[in-house]
Design a protein around this ligand. Sequence first.
Ligand SMILES: [Zn+2]
Length: 409
Amino acid sequence: MAETIYHHYEQLLGLTVPWQVSCVDLDHAAKQVTVRVTWPADTPVPCPVCARECVVASHREQRSWRHLDTMQFSTILQCRVPRARCHTHGVKTIQTPWASPNSRFTLFFESFAIDVIQTAAHLTAACTLLRISWDQAFRLMDRAVERGVARRQFTSPLQHVGVDEKSFGKGQSYGSLLTDLDGQRVLDVVQGRKRVNADELWATLPAAQRAVLTAVALDMWEPFMAATQAAAPQADQVHDKFHVTSYLTKAVDLVRRSEAKRLRLDGNPLLTNTKYLWLRNPTNWSDDERTQFRSLKTEALKTARAWAVKEAFTQFWGYRSLTWARKFFTRWYFWATHTRLAPIVSAAKTLKRHLTGILAYVTHRITNAVTEGLNSKIQTLKVNARGFRNFAHYRTTILFHCGKLELHP
Ligand SMILES: [Zn+2]
């Protein structure tokens, strides 16, 4: 009878000869099954380095691994792992087939835990279901991510990637993200958004992959641009519409703020509480906002002029011809720089300085907003984690959920 149960557990654990189950202990009170696994005495052991058959030098102290539950009983695998005495490599502990080194879980358990963590709404919920601690979950996810990154193959060469900054945790802590725009996956994340961080980010991508990139979407942010130029000099740098629009939107808001302040001092509340009217896309205006805007438009406000300049620029993104796009820009630039609105003039000059990258959009039509789905996923992960305790947790979480990695052992 015992023999049958041992054999049964050997199969459940996926043990390979000559590993064998030598004891199964059922503790009803603790709701726990303990399965002892041994390597038969007098059987040579393979050196973990060269695989040569060696004599058993000694045994490690007893260790435990958590396995998948048996009928709601926690199932623990125990073993005193033998050490091999190799003539070349000395005394080495042999590799067990049921767990990765330094893991306290069997591969079966890790694999199941990965599925649970991937589908659970919160990591806390997954931890409760699996009866593991938050730290254990992170170590497990870490191993899964490292495994996935090491295995990642670029079967079709990368073409378009995006480099973007993201805040993580609380306050102004930033990370830099590299995303595969076609594959809709995060390739890597590093802490910080300075030149050295951007270099570090690029270094995570194999040189062969960097060399075949055709275009990179990024903000008009010098450290990112310089690092990209160094890492993938053949790739066109594309400043996408969302970054450009945010510069113009900021300029409109600066105009509104100073004008509203001046009007308020004159006792005129005209611009009070209109901030979002000028920031929001007109297609999203409510009926009230539309009416409000119509009455404001006739007031010869500086804010209205700034807004018109910003809105006019949206036409640029529709061009398919470089010649026409360039002509449009020249006209728009003339208008913007003659508004006598300092923030608008300054934003227009910034755009002009980066015209090559803005025009590159017409050719490549890529934008970091393709990853908007990813962005909202990352945002959700951040909210669920209530900010990340440290950057390593942030990277692990993002790559675990948004890296499209093969995570299972
Ligand atoms: Zn050896």
